[in-house]
Ligand binder design. Structure first.
Ligand SMILES: Cc1ncc(C[n+]2csc(CCOP(=O)(O)OP(=O)(O)O)c2C)c(N)n1
Length: 597
């Protein structure tokens, strides 16, 4: 029976039906729900890996051992995993190996807009691009077979709209594919230069076979329309937009689902059958460049914007010249809601303490705490990619020290790197080791909120639980820092809600000429048990005592608002963290209510 599923649910279902045995991922929007859904299937050994590189390597190991395996990540995750990904193209796949990349055109939740279709071309791996949930399910199921047939990992490329949109899909039964008997094959799997060179030639041969497959496979199909005036070549969500945009135009379509290698003969046949060719694709002219390289004239990027998502209105007006039809509207304009740290957020106290410091540079990272850049806290100087806070902090400090040699009068700001617990385990730890051995005088603050909050509260090595909810080893951040060479006395553990202790630790870090680590811990206010325990707690401002100085607003808590020259606190939003009370110079704020056990 058909079911309404998101693309991510359908990918999980397809992997299960294909007999996938091992799945690994690191969370990241829009991909996170793929593994969350796969983990519901008992037959698949699923793990949140420490980062995407590890996820691809875990899946690669399982594939080499003969099991069908999948790794999933958001687009930037493939940058982290690029090293094993490229070489696994040489090693190939024993058990089918599928790597899912979930791209984010429009940057709904990402630090860049990146079209990962180029990765397939670059690594010479076949690529599949579904256009709806049914195709997510069917294609991922087939991807394992294609992987085994051509002895290569398959890149499975989806985008936010495909991952999160719901459409009907027909679930099937699981085919229990046995793990292949293990055979040692160093010439194929030990990538010494000599072995890799031999495999390099094989890649060229494989490419020819894959292109032949691409020309005849069911994932690439021509849909002739009533008119041959115009033909649209498209893939992924572009197909849905084009279909909707040109619904009355009778255009013909070349719908591509197997997009690396692209089907040269099929494209020639299609182009010969229509008067004009359009290529509808988001972001990069990936298909368009190939079509043009065949000597076929087409229009794509000249009509559609390179930046952001497409939609049917944009596509229709660009090609047919008609104005986009206005969508249904409620007539109500919602108030702007800029992102802010939640009430009770454990990161707030640290940023408040940093906001009181002069001559500091804050090298931050990716997570909820990226919002430390927003007013009124406004302390963050830079954010690049996961893990970069620590290593960029080392570089900042080196440059400031070097600048001091340029002459007197050059200030030497203290550099604080700020990173979340999940991001620290993902890729901050290497920066920490670098800081220790290269004698950095920068300081690091690990914001330990015991979860991966930004992407939906996934477990990480500091939480003590697996994705299946089983208790497991919990990596102790303090022990880890000390084991990596940070001096015992230079690691300070503080309660994130205790802004006095945080400020003292920041002052000590500032005074230190050695690498200094502050571990600021307090579970995220939105973790279910935390929220439940504090459900009845809230702070109250005594209107008699309040002098209206607004000092409490400097912590940027959305539960607080000015009210007739005084302050009011929204008792529903507030969780009684008391940071505002600690800031209030006249003791006007107090906590009401009890903790639940
Ligand atoms: C390479 C890469 N992988 C995944 C993501 C998605 N992502 C953004 S922040 C984040 C982790 C946030 O967790 P943490 O560092 O613990 O901070 P919190 O949000 O809990 O404050 C993830 C997984 C990303 N931006 N880049």
């Amino acid at each position: 029976m058909r079911k309404i599923m998101t693309g991510n649910e359908a990918i999980a279902r397809g992997a299960w039906e294909a007999g996938c045995r091992v799945a690994a991922a690191y969370p990241g929007t829009p991909s996170s729900e793929i593994l969350e859904n796969i983990a519901l299937y008992a037959e698949i050994d699923s793990e949140w890996s420490v980062n995407e590189k590890v996820a691809v390597e875990v899946a690669s190991g399982a594939s080499m051992a003969g099991a069908r395996a999948l790794a999933a990540m958001k687009h930037v995750g493939l940058n982290v995993a690029a090293d094993p990904f490229f070489t696994m193209s040489y090693v190939g796949a024993s058990g089918g190996l599928v790597i899912v990349t979930a791209d984010d055109p429009g940057l709904f939740s990402s630090q860049n807009e990146q079209d990962n279709r180029w990765y397939a071309l670059h690594a010479k791996t076949p690529m599949m691009e579904p256009s709806d949930s049914q195709e997510c399910l069917d294609y991922v199921r087939d991807a394992f077979e294609i992987s085994e047939r051509f002895d290569v990992p398959v890149l499975f490329r989806v985008t936010t709209r495909i991952c999160h949109s719901k459409s009907a899909a027909e679930p099937g039964e699981r085919v229990d594919v046995p793990v292949k008997p293990y055979e040692r094959d160093p010439a194929k799997r030990v990538m010494t230069p000599a072995a890799a060179k031999a495999r390099r030639y094989l890649l060229e041969e494989r490419e020819k076979k894959l292109r032949e497959f691409s020309n005849g496979c069911p994932y690439n199909r021509i849909e002739w329309g009533a008119s041959r005036k115009a033909g649209v070549i498209t893939s992924g969500i572009g197909y849905q937009h084009a279909r909707e945009a040109f619904k009355d135009a009778g255009f013909s379509y070349l719908k591509l689902g197997f997009t690396y290698p692209l089907p040269d003969e099929l494209i020639r046949e299609f182009a010969a059958g229509v008067e004009k060719v359009y290529v509808v694709e988001e972001n990069e002219p990936y298909i368009e460049s190939f079509v043009k390289s065949l000597g076929i004239a087409c229009e794509g990027r000249s009509l559609f914007p390179a930046v952001d998502e497409l939609n049917a209105g944009i596509v229709r007006s660009a090609v047919l010249g008609c104005k986009p039809e206005p969508g249904p509207t409620s007539g109500v304009t919602p108030p702007p809601r800029p992102p802010v740290l939640c009430p009770g957020c454990s990161h707030r106290g640290v940023f408040y303490a940093l906001s009181k410091e002069k001559d500091i540079v804050v090298s931050s990272d990716i997570g909820c705490y990226t919002l430390g850049v927003a007013p009124p806290l406004s302390v963050t100087d830079s954010v690049i990619c996961m893990g970069a806070s620590v290593s960029a902090g080392i570089g900042y400090q080196k440059a400031f020290a070097s600048a001091a040699t340029d002459g007197p009068g050059r200030k030497q700001p203290k550099v604080f790197s700020v990173i979340g617990d999940s991001t620290f385990f993902h890729s901050g730890i290497t920066g920490l080791i670098d800081a220790v051995v290269n004698k950095s005088e920068s300081a690091l603050i690990i914001l330990d909120n015991r979860t991966t909050a930004m992407t939906g509260h996934q477990e990480n090595p500091g939480t003590g639980f697996t994705i299946k909810g089983e208790a497991t080893a919990r990596i102790d951040l303090r022990d880890l820092c000390v084991a990596c060479g940070v001096k015992q006395g230079n690691v300070r553990s503080v309660d994130s809600y205790d802004i006095g202790a945080v400020a003292k630790a920041v002052a000590d870090a500032r005074a230190s000429r050695e690498f200094f680590v502050i571990i600021a811990s307090r579970p995220c206010a939105l973790i279910r048990d935390v929220a439940r325990a504090r459900a009845d707690l809230y702070c109250e401002a005594d209107k008699e005592k309040c002098v209206g100085c607004k000092a409490c607003l400097k912590a940027g808590c959305p539960a607080l608002a000015p009210d007739g020259g005084k302050i009011t606190i929204d008792r529903v939003a507030c969780n009684g963290c008391m940071i505002c009370a600690m800031i209030c110079p006249v003791g006007a704020i107090s906590r009401v209510g009890d903790f639940y056990e």
